[in-house]
Design a protein. Structure first.
Length: 369
């Protein structure tokens, strides 16, 4: 195999695929990326056995068709370290020679047949959504996924599509994020759980917000095709086939109190109040009254804080309710809105944070002595 390629285009493609490469594995081939050069196109593949990714680089000067299996970290480091506009890669058996105008590297690889491969998707897709919308939905939900799986907490995001309505939902058992958007496609519905790692890899592929992302559930896998098949990327991920917790039952249907706050001001106040919290007293008390919100925190042997926010819009009787400050700061980072609505029922009932009709966040209160 021999090819000449634009270095920046190759570097971008390697950055996308490197996020999928297995970091710790007894299988050396999984630490590599596979290069397939043919007909002016270079396909770069990587997999960790659960997630597979194929990135296509077009307009490559392929001198000799072929394939190679090269350690991902070394190839990525070499291409990034060079500053030439083009790079030449030639492969003889398992020895890859990477050269620029002033540099030459020889890297030992593996036999391409050792690579488990990435399942090539069919041309069929269930629905499609623009990358900008999908990025926003992912950004608004993945932060609420669980680090470890349990009955009510899943380290993945539910993708729920009903005709033109698309919802992404995530929960760790103590909070739940629901983001809504629209999509295009047939009349059939689809629901599946995508691992958080796969969605994080998908986000890196969606640099163009106007690119279309085609999605297809194929057995125990889901396929995301970003952009044109001849110059885009395809991500294939296993799906979590467990039942997602009944999230609609968790979202409160009624509330007696409603506050509208400046999101940036609330975030700053929460962060300041959290300075005087610890693991034993991990909570900030929010006291809502007409036109004012007072935040207080107290930790034994540390001290206490009080921060006031004036001129909030508030409806209902006064209420004091406490939340884990991290859970509030996390959501305020992803909402992309100047104002946020907080709905409450009682100090021991979940609070709901909303941004228009497109985002709902349910968070359990904490008990403070």
């Amino acid at each position: 195999m021999k090819l000449i390629c634009d270095r920046l285009s190759l570097s971008d493609a390697l950055a996308m695929t490197s996020g999928v490469v297995a970091s710790r594995t007894p299988t050396p081939a999984l630490t590599c990326i596979k290069l397939v050069a043919k007909g002016g196109v270079l396909q770069i593949s990587a997999t960790d056995s659960e997630i597979g990714l194929i990135v296509t680089v077009a307009h490559v000067d392929v001198k000799e068709d072929g394939e190679a299996l090269i350690p991902a970290d070394k190839l990525n480091q070499i291409i990034r370290a060079c500053d030439d506009s083009t790079v030449t890669i030639s492969v003889d058996r398992t020895l890859a020679t990477i050269s620029t105008e002033n540099s030459t590297f020889k890297v030992f690889g593996h036999e391409p047949r050792e690579f488990p491969g990435v399942r090539r998707p069919s041309d069929r897709f269930d629905f499609e959504v623009d990358a900008g919308t999908l990025r926003r939905l992912i950004h608004r939900t993945t932060f609420a996924t669980a680090r470890d799986d349990s009955r009510y907490a899943i380290s993945g995001v539910l993708v729920d599509r009903k005709k033109s309505q698309l919802r992404l939902v995530a929960t760790d058992g103590r909070r739940l994020a629901l983001a809504r958007g629209t999509c295009k496609g047939g009349d059939s519905d689809s629901t599946f759980i995508v691992p958080t790692k796969a969605l994080n890899a998908l986000v890196r592929l969606m640099s163009d917000p106007e690119a279309m992302v085609k999605i297809h559930r194929d057995g125990n896998q889901v396929v995301f095709q970003v952009g044109d098949a001849t110059a885009g990327a395809t991500l294939v991920s296993s799906v979590d086939e467990r039942n997602f917790p009944p999230f609609e039952d968790v979202i409160p249907k009624e509330h007696d109190r409603r506050a509208t706050c400046d999101a940036a001001e609330l975030g700053g106040a929460i962060r300041r109040a959290s300075l005087l919290t610890n693991e034993e007293s991990k909570g900030v008390r929010l006291s809502f009254a007409q036109k004012q919100l007072t935040l207080t925190s107290r930790a034994p042997e540390m001290g206490e804080s009080e921060i006031r926010i004036d001129a909030i819009a508030y409806q209902g009787e006064p209420i004091e309710i406490a939340f884990n400050p991290t859970f509030i700061v996390d959501v305020l980072k992803v909402i992309d809105s100047e104002q946020v609505i907080i709905e409450m029922k009682a100090p021991n009932k979940p609070g709901v944070i909303k941004v228009g009709a497109d985002f709902t966040y349910v968070v359990m209160p904490v008990s403070l002595q």
